[in-house]
Design a protein around this ligand. Structure first.
Ligand code: ZN
Length: 478
């Protein structure tokens, strides 16, 4: 019998009350990738708090029937508002050689025109696309705090609460990472132009964090609040120490070494490469997620792997921005943990994100099937399982594996789809990642919330219509 429990969340900013339906449920799958390997003809039982309560042999008779069931991935890095500029920065800027910094100019132009309701509509679209792509949760690296020219909203958490609102409407598992952004470079130059919307001094940041931490109590239990100093460029060592001590139990994310120019700037100012400086000055451990640890020397690779921290990789965005290639082969061989993020959201595509990670290694090393091991020759399964557990760790989320006691973050693939019909076990993952797109995704549960059904989000049309209206207005104003 289905026990339905209606939970009502009053979001702190508003007037709007969102209802999410949580219910105990059971899912029958012909093939399930559990934490102890593949199992066939199994029922996954989910309790009304969204956790897996039992895994049992079954023949059918459950609430839902699916073909292939996998632990769903967590998307560990997103700046959702950047989805609105996808495709608009693909022409060369005024420099003879176009680079990251001309892309950033387009991003700052966008910041001139974004209003709170735009931020919410764009975030809902992004989260919906993530869910339809097979992710069950997302971490938002949220640095857009203020209005134009840095004017403060009456409510310091206005834009953070827009992100919560979007998350409640999509039902995604959500980790909010309010960003501390203090200055425009290591020389502590003042923020200017679009950056004024990001700025907080440490006192303002502590006020924001404390308000958000109160507000979290009224949100779903799987929502998490973390801490995110933007980068070594934008935050002083003293402030980084304070941020690190705000709450020692929650995730701590930082952009670290995305661009060679950034590495040079840190070396000039701090006499060390960015990852080396961070490892030498902080107890970097499993709470930490280093976003774009792209540029590391060999000892940085080995020491970051030993630390237990997660390397936050965003292969599609990093390729789009010409960042460089992360040395995943050495890092994983040394026991390093990683997860995936869609960062700029120029394209949200889970299987392509995984494929890009592997093929970048193949192109650099002129070989095939790089990320695998003697125990796990399947390239797809090797990277998928690691991305699942590393991503969940980075979000502070008890997920990333199918076992009793974990959150029911689950993705089902359509085993009747012509691309994988008749295939089983690891080769399904290899085929999805290297030969297909996310059209194979049929259902997604986020902490037991059934948010994608038969390939579409349960509020697909409503969210997309809102996004379309928002984009038509923004594109006119650009
Ligand atoms: Zn980022």
């Amino acid at each position: 019998m289905i026990v339905a429990k209606l939970i009502q969340y009053d979001i702190m900013c508003a007037h709007i009350t969102i209802r999410l339906l949580l219910m105990a449920t059971s899912i029958f799958a012909k093939q399930v990738l559990t934490s102890s390997g593949w199992q066939e003809n199994v029922a996954i039982h989910v309790d009304d708090e969204g956790y897996i309560s039992a895994i049992s042999k079954s023949q059918s008779g459950e609430d839902h029937r699916v073909g292939i069931l996998l632990p769903a991935l967590s998307n560990l890095h997103s700046h959702s508002f950047q989805r609105a500029m996808a495709g608009l920065a693909e022409k060369r800027g005024s420099n003879p050689i176009d680079d990251f910094w001309t892309w950033r100019k387009v991003m700052y132009r966008f910041l001139e025109i974004l209003k709170p309701h735009d931020v919410e509509a764009i975030a809902a679209q992004v989260q919906m696309e993530m869910l339809e792509s097979g992710y069950a949760s997302s971490a938002e690296f949220h640095y857009l705090h203020h209005d134009h020219n840095g004017a403060h909203y009456d409510n310091v958490a206005e834009l953070s609460e827009r992100l919560f609102q979007a998350s409640l409407s999509t039902g995604i598992g959500y980790t909010h990472l309010p960003v501390l952004y203090m200055h425009g470079g290591l020389d502590k130059r003042k923020l200017q132009g679009g950056q004024l919307r990001f700025g907080c001094n440490i006192d303002e940041y502590q006020t924001l964090h404390s308000q958000l931490s109160q507000g979290m109590k009224r949100l779903p239990k799987d929502f998490v609040l973390g801490v995110a100093p933007h980068s070594l460029r934008a935050v002083s060592k003293e402030a980084l120490l304070i941020a690190n001590n705000l709450d020692k139990t929650t995730p701590m994310h930082i952009h670290i070494a995305e661009q060679q120019i950034e590495v040079n700037e840190v070396m000039n100012a701090l006499n060390k490469r960015p990852v080396r400086w961070l490892l030498d000055n902080f107890d970097v451990d499993k709470r930490w997620c280093l976003i774009h640890a792209t540029h590391m020397d060999e000892t940085e690779v080995l020491d970051l792997a030993k630390s237990g921290a997660v390397a936050g990789l965003c292969p599609i965005t990093e390729a789009n921005l010409g960042d460089g290639i992360f040395d995943a082969n050495k890092f994983l061989q040394a026991g390093g943990r990683f997860g995936l993020g869609s960062d700029s959201n120029v394209k949200i595509a889970l299987s392509e994100e995984l494929r890009m990670l592997e093929v970048s290694q193949r192109l650099r090393d002129q070989r095939r099937v790089v990320l695998s091991s003697d125990d796990m020759p399947s390239n797809g399964r090797y990277i998928y399982e690691r991305a699942a557990t590393g991503g969940a760790q980075a979000l502070g989320r008890n997920a990333g594996r199918i076992e009793v006691g974990a959150l029911a973050d689950l993705v089902a693939l359509d085993d009747e789809h012509y691309s994988i019909a008749g295939l089983s076990k690891d080769i399904v993952l290899d085929t999805w990642i290297f030969a297909c797109g996310d059209e194979l995704v049929s259902h997604v549960w986020a902490a037991g919330r059934h948010v994608v059904s038969d390939g579409a989000h349960i509020r697909h049309n409503e969210i997309t219509n809102q996004f379309k209206q928002t984009m038509q207005r923004l594109r006119k104003e650009l």
